[in-house]
Design a protein around this ligand. Structure first.
Ligand code: 2B7
Length: 651
């Protein structure tokens, strides 16, 4: 289906439907919904026109202002809408704002729409507003016209009635257009513009249209808010924004090219993760479902990387080509096209259909990437080696899975037994609620099993010290009985095939003793998750349990007991309970009885958990690499540098 087909009506239908009245009767057909989305579509329609002026190379700034009365203004510094007479005998702005589908007919040659849900234009905004004013700076004069929704005494309805002529209200030295409108609250179920949503969109636009300044002003609150986005380096800034906090493998690479009036831009930078992130756009509309341009990009890069790998002898003649999936592991990039006559494959407009885009993107990217690899062979080599490793890991995983499947048939019974010894599953399957406690040692595992709420809490008892995964290959990790069983229990797979959506638990909680051994075990487990299941940490699913270090108790008539998590708390507690207070130091989890363990460490109502986060990934990366050498860091130091405290976490 092409774009024209997705438009609700053709020009000829308009007269039949009496123009803007039709829009008011069925707003959903023009803006999708009358909720918040629809409301914001009004704004994007107007902003799109301002963006088109930027795309035409004649506008460098867009200012959006939100006002107390619910109205919003959009101002550009382009050429200004032409103010002359249309052949219908009415001024051009009046025609634009009161005729459906007026878009594209007035701008002279080469005007192309940049987006909008249906490309329906400014008149739809008028139709769904209480009023709209347009102010045009052009040829030394300021022109202004106002449109309103009017119901007269006889009950006649006028939609988008020009209540003034296009008047000259002053003189000016600049050019540009300003449109201010008040969405009609009888049309929309939601009339409050969402600052954050607009801000995010503005940032995105500023990334995509380099050197365009996007300014957002909010005058609704007691204090004016103002944010400005401007990126000299456009897509490159976008990539560095998306890669922020990630360990990157090389400087950002940027290509641009043009063929048959299709302008293609690509910026990318690999990180050391497993995910592929390609954000794609056509005329600054996100193509979330990809489409022909993305296919062209994938075909081109896969071919060129393989050519390079063979030429440099990085893969052998007899070896199969590297797969696109292996080559794009850790890839993060933004692909942006500008072209006329965009066709979308889906109604929702997020998959590009134009066939020519495939070949053009493939050609441009192949040529530029080929040159780039020639000139930067060391980066090329690094990326190929990474892909080769991915391919090996994938192969290893396949073998492991097959072996596991074999196991289940043959020695299945024995295997199940070994799981059941270590693992006490929760009663109900509920990935949104269930918690997995990784507990060191048999005795602690035993008390945790007694202490837990078995409805949703599972206990995994670890035997001895886990493998140091920093120093082992994935195959060793997979051969490790302990980790393999953890993997089976989590159901997420590992490394490149890690799938968080399959995770059987909402929280994975490491619960270890508060001593040197416990700290070491905690560090080893964190290293495993950091290296092989980073998305799990990123998703905020990994936690550290915080068992207390001391209990201060007083027997007798006024019996009281206080748990302490630090020496400072201990001091306070001893002072508080005074003479006769007894201090018990918990050396291990096993020293607490089930009730105490439940109350202090496992009960969601009373416990304190520390959520492990990846605030500064580059920093954590370095720490893991260096710390996991021979020296064992004190637990406190590790926690301070790696995790954020979420004391009294909301649940
Ligand atoms: C398709 C219609 C809507 N238009 C022009 C020229 C400049 C121009 C516009 C605009 C929104 C809020 C501030 C072209 C295009 C009409 O024809 S619309 N600027 N800005 C806008 O709507 N901003 C134009 C060629 C020569 N001179 C002016």
């Amino acid at each position: 289906m092409n774009q024209a087909d997705t438009l609700a009506y053709t020009e000829d239908d308009i007269q039949v439907l009496e123009g803007l009245i039709a829009v008011r009767k069925r707003p959903g057909m023009y803006i999708g919904s009358t909720g918040s989305r629809g409301l914001h579509h009004l704004l994007w329609e107007i902003v799109d026109n301002a963006k088109d002026e930027a795309l035409a190379g004649v506008n460098d700034k867009i200012v959006v202002t939100l006002y107390k009365d619910g109205s919003v203004s959009v101002e550009d510094f382009g050429r200004g809408i032409p103010t002359g007479m249309h052949k219908s005998g009415r001024p051009v702005p009046e025609v634009i704002f009161t005729t459906l589908h007026a878009g594209g007919k007035f701008g002279g040659g080469g005007y192309k729409k940049s987006g909008g849900l249906h490309g329906v234009g400014s008149s739809v905004v008028v139709a769904l507003s209480k009023w709209l004013e347009v102010e045009i700076h052009r040829e030394g004069k300021i022109h202004k016209q106002r449109f309103e929704y009017v119901v007269d005494e006889a009950g006649n309805e006028y939609v988008g009635k020009p209540v003034t002529d296009l008047e000259v209200i002053g003189t000016t030295k600049r050019t540009g257009t300003k449109v201010t409108f008040l969405p009609d609250e009888t049309v929309f179920t939601q009339t409050r513009f969402d600052y954050e949503q607009i801000r995010d969109r503005f940032r995105e636009t500023a990334f995509l249209l380099r050197k365009l300044r996007m300014i957002l002003i909010d005058k609704r609150g007691p204090e004016e808010k103002r944010e400005e986005f401007y990126f000299e380096d456009g897509l490159q800034s976008y990539v560095s924004y998306l890669n922020e906090g990630k360990q990157t493998l090389h400087p950002i690479v940027y290509f641009e090219g043009e063929k048959d009036n299709v302008y293609v831009e690509l910026a990318f930078q690999y990180n050391d993760g497993y995910a592929e992130t390609l954000v794609s756009y056509v005329n600054s509309i996100p193509t979330t479902d990809g489409g022909t341009h993305v296919t062209g990009f994938r075909n081109g890069t896969t071919r060129i990387f393989n050519d390079f790998a063979r030429k440099k002898g990085l893969i052998k003649e007899k070896d199969a080509n590297l797969s696109g999936n292996d080559l794009r592991e850790g890839f993060l990039g933004v692909l942006s096209l500008q072209m006329a006559d965009v066709q979308f494959e889906s109604q929702t407009k997020d998959k590009l259909g134009n066939e020519e885009a495939r070949t053009i993107v493939e050609q441009i990217i192949s040529e530029k990437l080929g040159f780039f690899l020639e000139e930067n062979p060391e980066i090329g080599k690094l990326l190929i080696e990474k892909a080769v490793r991915s391919a090996e890991i994938r192969e290893e995983l396949r073998k492991q899975r097959e072996a596991l499947r074999g196991d289940k048939k043959g020695k299945g019974a024995k295997k199940r037994k070994s799981i059941s010894e270590k693992f006490a599953p929760p009663q109900y399957k509920d990935p949104k609620r269930n918690e997995l406690f990784l507990v060191e040692g048999d005795s602690a595992g035993g008390s945790a099993k007694q202490a837990r709420n078995s409805e949703f809490q599972a206990i995994f008892g670890l035997r001895g010290k886990p493998l140091n995964t920093e120093k082992s290959k994935l195959s060793d990790v997979l051969a490790n009985e302990e980790f393999r069983t953890v993997l089976e229990v989590l159901e997420t797979d590992i490394g490149p095939d890690f799938a968080i959506e399959n995770c059987a638990f909402d929280k994975i909680i490491i619960m270890s003793d508060a001593d040197v051994d416990g700290s070491h075990i905690q560090t080893l487990l964190l290293t495993f998750f950091f290296r092989y299941m980073q998305p799990l940490i990123a998703a905020g699913k990994l936690y550290l349990a915080m068992p207390p270090l001391y209990q201060v108790k007083k027997e007798g008539k006024k019996a009281e007991s206080i748990y302490c998590w630090s020496d400072f708390e201990l001091e306070q507690a001893v002072k508080k309970l005074g003479r006769g207070a007894e201090v018990q130091r918990y050396k291990g989890l096993g020293e607490m009885n089930a009730d105490q363990l439940w109350e202090t460490t496992m009960n969601p109502e009373t416990r304190t958990l520390i959520q492990v986060s990846l605030q500064d990934l580059a920093q954590s990366e370095r720490l893991v690499t260096t710390l996991m050498g021979d020296k064992v860091p004190p637990r406190r130091e590790w926690i301070e540098s790696h995790v954020t405290f979420e004391v009294g976490e909301d649940e």
